[in-house]
Design a protein. Sequence first.
Length: 248
Amino acid sequence: MCRYCKRLKTTKYRKERKSTEEIDIVQILAETEVTLDIGTLLRCSPTYRKQFYNEYIKKLRKARDKKRQGKDVQGFIQSITTQIDSNAPSVVVEIKGYAIPGAQLDSGEAVNLMTEYMMKALGLTHMEETPMSLRMADQTQVKPAGLLKNVSTVVGGLEFSVNYLIVRPRTSEATFSILLGRPWLVQAKCVHDLRTGFITIGPKSDRVQIQVSSNSSNKRPTTEEELEKKNKGESKRRKSTSKVCPEH
């Protein structure tokens, strides 16, 4: 055989052998078990790293944030202020037989508010703790003193069961005693006619019109001190007029 033919034959044999070796490598890789730990795998593979983050970190963080929001009930209430809004309409409300003038109506507030002073003056004691936080108008965060549930509140002769957040005013300026926000306005189906200055509340079968007043009038919006004195006086009167049951 000539030298040229031998060279061709040798070259062909090497190609066949190389092809056989490639097939063997694929089989070996297929049969090899991977023993990498998760840390090494995440460092070596950006794809697995992203998948791991989305599955075990991002989802858990969202679930934890959602659970925290649920625990806080209504979360943060924005821009709360305890100062009197001279442009806000106000009504007289009745709680435990006491007429309280200057109860402020505010559709911009997401809760109903009552000052701690007024709560004590009315003799309300069934306050509960609440995890809710209030964000004041100056962006400071304040925790309410508590929550009063199902307080019988009469407005315009109609009785409503109202939940109040109890707040402690931090200013020496005049503050409202009670603020009825969106929850009560929705509950009462309140419609305010700005032209006439009347509000209409109550169910369709028993709608009531009430004239609202402005806090900018010369009348004092709250009578907390008088209410507390009246409460103490009535308490003393009851004690003095109470009779001892005779023994038989």
